[in-house]
Design a protein around this ligand. Structure first.
Ligand SMILES: [Zn+2]
Length: 188
């Protein structure tokens, strides 16, 4: 595994619509492992492939309940709305207040290429919506109700809540997706 360099704005890859993955090859699986390691290394809670310079539809997330990797993810249902604060590993030193659906249904392929579909709520739903936006070239600064500058230690993470503000909601991570890379080294 390897920690990959994280691409930051205004890199063009962050603005492109990512391509669907046609076959889940060993190379795709390695990319997923590297993305997970990169996310944990950066103390983020989510990462999309364009953020490591790869314009493919792959995301990883971990709301504290274990690693989720999704290939060609598609949000098929959105319910509710809530504004909360988010940061982005690709946009250092800002946080943005973004309205997200509170419950989503999402489908895609897992890292073995098997179709999966699950419901996510709250914190995990927010992370997944943020990462799927990345695959469409959408950044939080595009859709935020407000944006503010922050100090270094507070920003720079793909995180869905400020420090200490949001415990993952019970049942939010009921995806059943396996965690091939495990969550070694993650700091809560
Ligand atoms: Zn982001």
């Amino acid at each position: 595994m390897a920690v990959l360099p994280i691409v930051t704005v205004p890199a063009g890859v962050l603005r492109r619509k990512a391509k669907p993955v046609e076959r889940v090859t060993k190379r795709v699986q390695k990319l997923i492992r590297d993305m997970a390691e990169t996310m944990y290394d950066a103390k983020g809670v989510g990462l999309a492939a364009p953020q490591v310079g790869v314009s493919q539809q792959i995301i990883v997330a971990d709301d504290g309940e274990g690693l989720i990797a999704l290939i060609n993810p598609r949000i098929t249902r959105r319910e509710g709305a809530e504004v909360d604060v988010e940061g982005c590993l690709s946009i250092p030193d800002i946080v943005a207040y973004v309205e997200r659906a509170t419950t989503i249904e999402i489908e895609g392929l897992d890292e073995r290429g098997r179709p999966v579909r699950f419901q996510a709520e709250g914190y995990l739903a927010r992370i997944l919506q943020h990462e799927v936006d990345h695959l469409n070239g959408v950044l939080i600064t595009d859709i935020a109700e407000s944006v503010r500058q922050v100090e270094d230690e507070e920003a720079g993470e793909d995180r869905a809540a400020p420090a200490g503000a949001a415990e993952p909601e019970a049942g939010a991570a009921g995806s059943g997706l396996p965690a091939p890379g495990a969550a070694a080294g993650r700091e809560e």
